[in-house]
Structure formats: C-alpha cells, structure tokens
Write a protein of this length. Structure first.
Lengths: 296, 573
C-alpha cells in the first residue's frame, strides 16, 4: 500500500550565523539582511517523509506559508526529492501567530486534500513554540503524534511510531490520516540531488513570476505562467482568494498573541547561588523560584 | 552552513574565469540534449550555472558531512576479515552521501546516468573532496575508470558497466601494479588467456591496488604469450565477485580510508576492452593521465586544508605576548604557503582546460568523421591540445604533489610541537600528502613524461606572444623577470641538448621542467593579476621567487653539478 504525505516546512532566520548588518541602529531586525535556512526539524520531517515514500511508495508534497523569499525553500524541497511544492502566501496572512498560522495551514490542507500523513518539524528555531503542528491537527480534527523519532511500520490505515519522551521512548499506534511532528534525531536529511537541482533550479512560484513581469512590458503573466506550467517548473501559490478562509482569523488581526518586549537575557556566571542540600535549603529554593514566578 | 566551494574565494575566482565555451558546446552537442533531459543546459550560461550548483552540493557534503569524520576515518582505517574488505564508517557514509547526491557519474554521458560535466569541474570537486578527507578522493576520484570504458569499450560494455558506476551501485579499481611491475608497467605478468569457449580469463597476482575490493575491476594483463614488453598487454574489465580473492590489505602511512589490496585472480572471467595489445600503450596511459590530474587535485585539496589549519593556529596561538601570526617569520611562511597554493591552483585548472579541450575535440572529430564531414580545423586544434595536455598533466602532477608535501611540512612547522601530536589535523595531512608524489607515477616519472614537451619548447610561441604584451608598473617589472627567465631557459636547454649525453639529459630534465613550469605558471599569474589587483601580490612573490629558482637551476646545469655521477660508486659508500 502506498501513502500520500504532505510536509509542512518553514524558512527561518539562520540564528547561528547572524552578521553585524542584521541589527538596525534602532535595535530592530533588518529582515532583508537576515540569512535564512530550512528550519532544521522541518528538513528532518521532509527526510522522514521521503524515507517513508522510499519504503512504502506514494507521494510527498510540501507546503510552506511565507513571503516571496520562501520560494527558495520550496526549491530545496524539490532538490531533495519532493514531488510537488505549494507556497501559501498573501499579505493578509502576514504577522500571524501560531493560532492564525495553523488556521491558514489547516485550510490549505483541506483544500489540497488526499493525504494520509501530515509531517511537521517539532518546532521552528525562530519561535520555539512547537504549537503550529499540534494546532493544525486540532483544527483538522486529526489524531497527532508529537516528538516522532521513527516510523516503525505502516499497515493499511495503521501506523506504528516511536515517540521520544523524557528519559526514553514510547511506541504508539495511530490511525491514518494523522499528523506527526518530528524531532531532530529522527533522520539525517539527504543531500540535494544533482540532477534535480539542475532540473528544478528554474522552478518558480507565482509570486516570483509576478516579480519577473514587473517593469517588463514584454512579459505577460498568463503566458509566462503557462510556459512554466508546461515545462513542469511552476510552483503553485495559494492566496487568500484561493482558500476558504475567514480573514478575521488570518494574519496580525487573527493573532491574539502580542509580543510585549524582546529582551536579551544574559545568564552571567556570577548569578549562581549555593543552596545547602538540606530540607531547609530545598524550601528556600522553592520560595525563591516562586518569588521569581518560575514556579506558579 | 559551511561550504567548501563557496568559502574558497580562490576556487571561486578560477570558476568565474573559466572559458569552457567550446568544450561545453561539443559536450552538449550544441545544447540539443535539453530536449531529452530536463537537467541538461540550454546554453553556456545555463551550463555554468548548473556546474556552480553541483559544486555547491559537493561543497556542502564535503564541509559538513565528510570533513568532520576525517580524523575518525584516519584512526579507524579500512578493515579486512574473512577475505572481505570494509570501509571505515566515515568513508561508507560519505560514499552514500555522494551517491544520493548523484555525483558518482560526474563526467559520464547522460544516457548512462551521468551528469556530462567537464573534467575541469570534476577536478574542482576532487579538490574539495581531498580537502575534506584525502583518502575519500581515492574512491570518488576513480571515475576515470568508468571514463576509460566509456571511451574504449564497446556499446554493450558501456551499457553494462556505466550505469552501475553512475548510480553508485559499483565502485571501480585500476588493477595495474604487480610485485615486479610498479613504475615499470611494461613488465606486467598477469596472464590473460582464452578458454576453449573463447572466454577471456585472468590468472595471477596484483599488488597495491587502491580500492581493490571494488565491484568492477579494470585489469592490465598479458594477452600475447611470449611477449615481454608493453605491446603484449591488453586491458580487461571483470567483476570482483568472480574468482578474485583479496589476500590482504596494506598497513599504510596515510590515506587510511582507502583500502590498498593484494588481489589474486583465479581464472577470472573477463571482457577485453578495446583492441588487443593496446592495453598499456593507449588505454592505461590515457586512464593514468586522467588519474594524474586527480592526484594533482588531491595534493591541492590537502594543501588547502593544511594552509587553513596553519593560518587558524597561527592566529590563535600566543607566544611572547602576542599571536604568532604577528611574528614576521611566521607570517612570511604563511604567505609562501598561500602563494604556492594559489599558483598551484592556476596551473591545475589551466591543465584541466587543455585536457577538456583535447577530450572534446576527439569526440567532435569522431562525430565529424562518422558524418563524412571535413575535420581539418579540428584536427589542427586537437594536435595542439594533445601536445599541451600531455605536457601540463605530468607537470601539474609533479608540481602540485611536491608542493603538497612542502605545504603540509610548513603547516606542521607553524604548529610547533603541537603539530607533531595526533590531536591536531596537520600531522594527518602531512602523512596523507606523502603518497601524492609517489602513486600514479612518481615525481621522477612525471618529469620523464613532461620532458618531451619541454625539450621541444612547445609553449615557445605562447611565451613569445605573452612577452609582446604591454604591461605597466609592477607587472612590467615582473614581465621583465619572466623574459629573463626564458632567456636562461633557452640557454640551459641548448647546453643540455648540445651535450648529447643521455644520462646528463635525464638528470637535467628536472631542472628544465621546473623552469618551464615557472614560466608557464608565472604568465598565468600575470594574466590573473591584470584582472584582480590582489593577485598582483601573488604574482609578485611567485615570479621573483621563481626567477631566483630559475637562476639556481640554470647554474646547476651550466656548472655541471651532475658531472660527479661518473664517480657514483666512489661517493656512495
């Protein structure tokens, strides 16, 4: 039996390689100077999906919600072996928190349909929330298995998954369709395949084609799109118009999360305190942690 | 993310200077392949863009997957048990990555699963692989074996073997050396005979076979009974699983990740490649020339790694209250290394260009002949390309492998006592470099191979043209140095020729080949310096140093340093 998967991927700032130009004088982030990468756990999720396809057959589609630049990420997915890629992009989706993001993603998944497994990374390195995968599953009323370390087997509509827990693992069975979030150790992403890189380096999203037509009166959007579709180099883009979405639930407006303040916290070496290993010491520690609102 | 292609500004500099228009046009049959393969380029720019992207993949794998395993591979080495060879874990993983990335059929035609990419680009990939882990090059860099079958095998053989290489299902080995036939391959003794069914079979022992455990073996064997020299040898392809026994693997100084095997052939069934009697004199010579470029690139990759280790260490290490990088003698040593590294790269990729041109012109002429068309122009071009490639290939192998030893030696010196310890990479690089000027023909044999072109002064016209070019400022002074070097070269050459003493000529050949390499490389750097102002520094140090070495070589010849060879028995007590 073969299975159809969709992997949800995200382009994130490369937090390990931030250069001086990234920070503007006023302390805000200059997004255009920020190097971006494939969110590491999403890349692992794609690898796991591809391995699953290698083993059982089927298809792997990928989708991401993001700006024009996220087209790069989708090409990378094609380079690794994804069958099809979709960009979900609209200015109306911008500024979304996890609630609004998972709403749009869920609506996009409804539209794409025909899936057995939805893969997602456990979390993205920019927000570290680990909420989007689970929220998406909830919105689609799908079962979910988080912290997937390995897919042990699939038979009919039952999948057996090894899931990471503190100090060990547990093995779960789930009924398809379901959503998996994947941890970093689950797989090592394969390298780009040379032939696919050469074949798909010119694959473009609708947004990119629109950009090509800007300021070039000789290019007509419809013709251009047709040309790319005929060559198999068109990456479909889903906008707010293409999806059945309530705009009040999208983007900044649909996001109840408000960032209060961003602070760079430096945990200095001088901040440590010695607690005597006694009962009184433990009580004092608990009091201190409650005082600092670490314990509620 | 680290990347051995995009982080290497000098390699990028050379990539950006490539002029492979003619080569790629022939290779792509006028860009008609694009209609059949979605990954074939539609024009030259598209092809270059493809090459860049493929090299970026190699750069990614080598920097992030291969290099971090290099120390472990060296420590673990290859294993041999129950007649079976297994690679070090890091080597196995690297081969899997390179296979998944579809990089094992780099130069092969697309119809056999290859990428149809020129040798120049493949050599750049080899350089990166060797920089990450020298012994992996011995596996990745064996694609000349497939290329030899492609070039000289028949269509059935191409269809049988090439897809196995390109898909990574098989690796290959060049099975040439025997206990009594090392540098002197004419002495090869392995028996090739036809049984009653006409099936070719191989019988005998081969030694020092890199990756001898490979699935597909290309074997040089004596097919003509009663013969004693190279004209009795033919080339065969066979499978390692068919009655080939690995007797042992060697315990080596370096390149621990590549198994070096002793093989015993017990009436192994084999296929004749090409024509009988052409095995050594044509096919193996051709294959080895390809491999020589590969080894030159291996030397360069090791040099790059060693230079970086030295630079990093010098900047970090503090003595006498400051970083040793700030000590002039250390900085000077580093600059010497850097200039050697960059001049080596110039020589290598110039050699590659001529090799590509020769290979592709041969292909084009074959096509023209088959179509009954005139190939006069192409034949003239081919003649030149063949001569220049035949000179530059051994020259590059000689210069780059010797310099790899020099650069690793100096890199270890910069580390001081620390460099002698296993904890640092530089001692491994020093060991790995040591083989590069020995295998695929020792340095001494590269000199022999290059001598013909040097004595014939085949680049004479090229140099004359360059000497007539206008230069200004620093470059004018450097051009004067090069002109003076050429005067000394021609004088020394005449002196050697006039002597008509074969022994003297064979010894003085080294001095002459070296001067010729200085001249050729010096002019390459002049050209680069005219384009990029930083390269003026490289050209300046290289050419002034080369001029001094030229004067030394000149004097050695003119003052008859080697005259005492007549008294060798009195001196060598």
């Amino acid at each position: 039996m073969s299975y159809h998967s969709i992997v949800m991927v995200k382009q994130v700032p490369d937090t390990a390689n931030i250069s001086g130009q990234v920070m503007k004088p006023d302390g805000t982030v200059n997004r255009s100077k920020l190097p971006t990468i494939f969110n590491p756990e999403d890349k692992v999720a794609l690898e796991l999906a591809l391995q699953f396809r290698d083993r059982f057959g089927g298809t792997v589609r990928v989708m991401t919600m993001g700006p024009l630049k996220a087209s790069d990420l989708l090409r990378e997915c094609l380079y690794m072996g994804a069958d099809e890629a979709f960009l979900i992009s609209d200015r109306k989706f911008a500024g979304a928190d996890t609630l609004a993001t998972s709403y749009v993603l869920a609506q996009a998944l409804r539209q794409l349909g025909n899936y057995d497994i939805i893969f997602a990374g456990r979390q993205a390195i920019d927000g570290d929330t680990a909420q989007v995968g689970p929220q998406t599953a909830e919105k689609l009323s799908l079962p979910q298995i988080t912290y997937t370390e390995a897919i042990l087997n699939a038979e009919g509509s039952t999948i057996t998954v090894k899931r990471k827990v503190d100090n060990g693992f547990e093995v779960l069975e789930g009924t398809l369709p379901l959503l998996l979030t994947v941890v970093k150790d689950a797989a090592t992403p394969r390298p780009f395949r040379a032939k696919r890189v050469m074949a798909y380096k010119n694959a473009h999203t609708l947004l990119e084609l629109e950009k090509m037509t800007e300021g070039n009166s000789l290019l007509y959007m419809d013709q251009l799109k047709e040309e790319y579709v005929s060559k198999g180099l068109f990456i479909p883009t889903l906008t707010a118009d293409d999806l059945d979405v309530d705009l009040n639930r999208c983007g900044l407006g649909g996001s109840p999360t408000k960032v209060h303040k961003i602070e760079s916290v430096v945990l200095g070496g001088s901040a440590h305190e010695t607690i005597p290993p006694t009962k009184d010491g433990m009580y004092a520690l608990i009091d201190k942690l409650m005082e600092d609102h670490i314990f509620g | 993310m680290a990347n051995y292609f995009t982080d290497n500004t000098d390699l990028l500099f050379h990539f950006d200077r490539l002029h492979l228009e003619e080569v790629v046009d022939i290779a792509e049959h006028g860009y008609t392949e694009a209609s059949r393969y979605n990954f074939a380029p539609t024009d030259y720019q598209d092809a270059l863009d493809n090459y860049r992207k493929v090299l970026e993949i190699v750069g990614d794998i080598t920097a992030n997957n291969v290099a971090p395993q290099a120390a472990a591979v060296d420590e673990e080495g290859s294993h041999f048990a129950d007649g079976k060879v297994t690679y070090a874990k890091g080597i196995q993983a690297a081969l899997e990555d390179l296979t998944k990335a579809e990089l094992m059929g780099f130069t092969l035609p697309r119809r056999y699963g290859g990428l149809n990419i020129p040798t120049t680009i493949y050599t750049m990939a080899i350089e990166m692989v060797a920089r990450a882990e020298a012994s992996l090059m011995n596996l990745f860099g064996l694609q000349d074996i497939a290329e030899t079958i492609n070039k000289y095998g028949d269509e059935a053989q191409r269809q049988e073997f090439l897809p196995q290489f390109a898909s990574g299902a098989a690796t290959g080995a060049m099975v040439l050396t025997e206990p009594d036939a090392g540098s002197d391959l004419q002495a090869v003794n392995m028996l090739a005979y036809q049984d009653e069914d006409g099936q070719w079979r191989l019988k005998g022992v081969k030694r020092f076979i890199t990756n001898g455990n490979a699935q597909i073996l290309l074997v040089l064997a004596r097919s003509e009974p009663g013969t004693k020299d190279g004209r009795g040898l033919s080339l065969f392809a066979c499978y390692g699983k068919d009655n080939v026994v690995v007797r042992r693997i060697e315990n080596k100084l370096g390149i621990h990740g590549s198994p070096t095997c002793e093989l015993q052939f017990n009436d192994t069934p084999a296929q004749l490649i090409g024509k009988r009697k052409f095995g050594l004199i044509k096919y193996v010579m051709d294959m080895m020339n390809g491999a020589r470029l590969g080894v030159a690139a291996q030397g360069l990759g090791i040099s790059q790694a060693a230079y970086e280790e030295a630079l990093r260490y010098a900047r970090a290490r503090e003595q006498f209250g400051k970083s040793i990088y700030a000590i002039p003698v250390v900085a000077n040593l580093l600059m010497e290394m850097r200039v050697t590294l960059e001049s080596d790269r110039s020589l290598l990729y110039a050699a590659c260009h001529w090799v590509d041109l020769r290979n592709k012109l041969e292909e084009k002429i074959d096509v023209l002949k088959a179509e009954g068309k005139d190939a006069t122009v192409e034949n003239a071009k081919l003649k030149e390309a063949t001569r220049v490639a035949a000179l530059l290939t051994p020259m590059a192998k000689y210069v780059l492998s010797e310099n790899a030893n020099k650069i690793t030696y100096d890199a270890l010196q910069i580390h001081g006592g620390t460099g002698y310890m296993k904890e640092f990479n530089v001692e491994r690089l020093t060991r790995d470099a040591r083989i590069t000027n020995i295998y695929e023909g020792t340095s001494q044999l590269q000199i022999v191979a290059a001598t013909g072109g040097v004595i014939g002064d085949i680049l004479g016209e090229h140099f004359t043209t360059l000497e007539q070019k206008e230069n200004s400022g620093n470059l004018a002074r450097l051009a004067d140095e090069l002109k003076e070097m050429r005067v000394l070269f021609l004088d020394a050459l005449k002196f050697v020729a006039d002597k008509t003493d074969k022994q003297f000529q064979s010894i003085a050949a080294k001095e002459l080949v070296e001067i010729y390499s200085y001249l050729y490389t010096g002019w390459l750097l002049m050209d680069e310096a005219a384009q990029d102002s930083r390269k003026v520094f490289i050209a300046r140090r290289y050419i002034i140093g080369a001029a001094a070495k030229t004067r030394r070589n000149y004097e050695v010849i003119k003052k008859d340093l080697f005259a005492d060879l007549l008294h060798a028995d009195d001196i060598l007590i």
